[in-house]
Design a protein around this ligand. Structure first.
Ligand SMILES: Nc1ncnc2c1ncn2[C@@H]1O[C@H](COP(=O)(O)OP(=O)(O)OP(=O)(O)O)[C@@H](O)[C@H]1O
Length: 257
């Protein structure tokens, strides 16, 4: 590949990624390139290695061999906070939310961790108010503008996901990785998250692991299908769903949805 053209750049790339867990190969020689600006879904049957690949791409697991590159810079050798500084952020399933703080306070604290505000970790909340306009902008981006003062603990499941995505956005990522953003949601929550993913994908690259095929078909520009830790197929939804290997992998599952 020549990097000199004017076409889309590769934002996130895996080169021959391998991950072994005590002799079990969870990721088997995966090579893929995610273009800047696309919404890219990683799918596959249970146990296919989606979460492992997600953790490798976001730096939370170190590969046994192979490389991960962000805008052509190798990142698998970096610590997670260094990767975040280079523009890659991932959602953290609820655990990053402080339940006893309000929605807005959660965002202020997350914003403070990347800002140059002087002080240590325990900056009084009152001093964080300089970050208020940024927090408010994110609240409205993630559809929580009506709930700034609610305690995070009181949010519904879908709203917690919205907040969690908001917390990822405080890092102003160029590439955002979302782990099953619609899991455990009813149709209303799913519709909200779909709209939210579209919204946060403006001007960004989004990679999501997702089980719900209707979400994948509506959102994803391109899809990577994993099976037994290996890359089985990649392409648009229509290309992938017609691929006989994919149909076989999902036989009796959701392929014909
Ligand atoms: N820390 C670990 N130690 C040992 N084996 C692991 C570890 N993490 C994952 N595995 C194994 O690797 C394989 C892939 O797991 P992974 O969670 O990545 O799959 P998945 O596609 O995300 O599955 P699901 O759809 O069920 O969430 C599974 O067989 C799993 O048991």
């Amino acid at each position: 590949m020549s990097g000199a053209g004017h076409g889309p750049r590769v934002a996130l790339e895996a080169r021959h990624l391998v991950k072994d867990f005590r002799g079990f190969r969870a990721t088997n020689d995966v090579t893929l390139g995610i273009q800047e600006g696309e919404i890219h879904a990683i799918i596959g049957p249970n146990g296919a290695g989606k979460t492992t690949l997600f953790n490798l791409l976001s730096g939370f697991l170190k590969p046994t061999s192979g490389e991960v590159r962000l805008f052509d810079e190798r990142i698998d050798t970096l610590a997670p906070h260094q990767i975040v500084r280079r523009g890659l952020s991932r959602s953290f399933q609820i655990s990053s939310v402080f339940p006893t703080m309000t929605v807005r306070e959660n965002l202020l604290v997350a914003l403070q961790s990347r800002s140059r505000l002087p002080g240590q970790f325990w900056t009084p909340l009152s001093r964080l108010e300089t970050l208020g306009p940024q927090a408010d902008a994110i609240l409205s981006d993630v559809g929580l503008a009506d709930s700034p003062a609610r305690l995070a603990a009181d949010l519904g499941h879908g709203e917690k996901r919205q907040l969690e995505i908001g917390i990822s956005l405080t890092q102003d990522p160029r590439v955002l990785l979302l782990d099953e953003p619609t899991s455990g949601m009813g149709s209303e929550g799913i519709a909200r998250v779909k709209a939210l993913v579209r919204q946060v994908a403006r001007g960004r690259t989004v990679v999501l692991v997702e089980h719900n095929m209707s979400v994948v078909s509506e959102l994803a520009d391109r899809i990577t299908v994993l099976q037994y830790g290996s890359l089985l197929a990649s392409g648009s939804y229509d290309e992938v769903r017609q691929d006989p290997r994919v149909i076989e992998a999902y036989l009796g599952d959701e392929a014909d949805e």
